[in-house]
Design a protein around this ligand. Structure first.
Ligand code: ADP
Ligand code: MG
Length: 219
């Protein structure tokens, strides 16, 4: 069997007295899609944030590609490759196009190329006509679509989506579902934390379930 793309090992995570994970192991295969389920408060968000280096743990090792490190010494370089999308994405108070170009320019991409990449991603998300709108004027569904488009421009090796359809219904939910499906079909490795029955039902996703601080794989 080939080495996993990402592995968390011997991971302990507590908030005060509350034990979220105890000696937990998680392995993700390159090119695979996963849906992460678990009751409210079971630790889905915390798990994704730890994988992205955004949340400390009491103990744990993380492996990515052929390297490994203590979770407490999360390598900076991995942050470019492992991208976490918040359930309620934060957008800068400028235009949507700027929101997409910002991360690309920070990575050293020339302005013209960043603009082109942002344009392509906004078209992908069906937001061509919203590019100059300030984010505070967007609906919840549109904000989530901007966040997915922004994550896509970064071309992550591992994409972590936190309840992308939560708080959405009707057409807004459907549009986000389509984008999530499209991201999972593309060649990324994707983990989607979700309760959404339609996401759980996606045949291309392997189900990971948090139970009593451990990850069970049941597909
Ligand atoms: N920063 C924090 N400080 C204290 N407790 C936290 C913090 N973040 C999360 N928790 C607690 O950890 C548990 C898991 O939270 P979370 O990872 O958000 O679960 P989920 O995403 O599955 O709903 C919850 O009981 C939550 O209250
Ligand atoms: Mg959560």
């Amino acid at each position: 069997m080939s080495a996993p793309l990402l592995a968390l090992r011997a991971l302990d995570k507590r908030f005060g007295q509350r034990v979220l994970f105890a000696d937990m192991t998680l392995e993700l295969e390159a090119g695979s899609g996963y849906v992460l389920t678990g009751s409210n408060g079971s630790g889905k968000t915390t798990l994704l944030r730890m994988a992205a280096g955004l949340e400390p743990a009491q103990r744990g090792e993380i492996g990515f590609r052929s390297q490994s490190a203590a979770l407490a010494a999360y390598p900076e370089a991995w942050r470019r490759e492992i991208v976490y999308v918040h359930q309620q994405p934060y957008l800068f108070h400028t235009t949507i196009a700027d929101n997409l170009e910002y991360g690309l320019k920070r990575r050293g991409m020339p302005a013209a190329e960043s603009a082109e990449r942002a344009r392509e991603a906004l078209a992908w998300a069906g937001l061509d006509n919203r590019r100059d709108v300030p984010p505070q004027k967007l609906s919840g569904g549109e904000k989530q679509r901007v966040a997915l488009a922004r994550a896509r421009t970064l071309n992550p090796t591992l994409l972590l989506l936190d309840e992308p359809t939560a708080n959405l219904d009707g057409d807004a939910r459907k549009q986000v579902l389509e984008l999530v499906t499209s991201l999972c079909i593309e060649n990324h490795t994707v983990v989607v934390a979700s309760h959404d029955p339609e996401i759980i039902r996606l045949a291309i996703l392997t189900r990971l379930h948090i139970r009593e601080g451990r990850i069970e794989a049941n597909d």
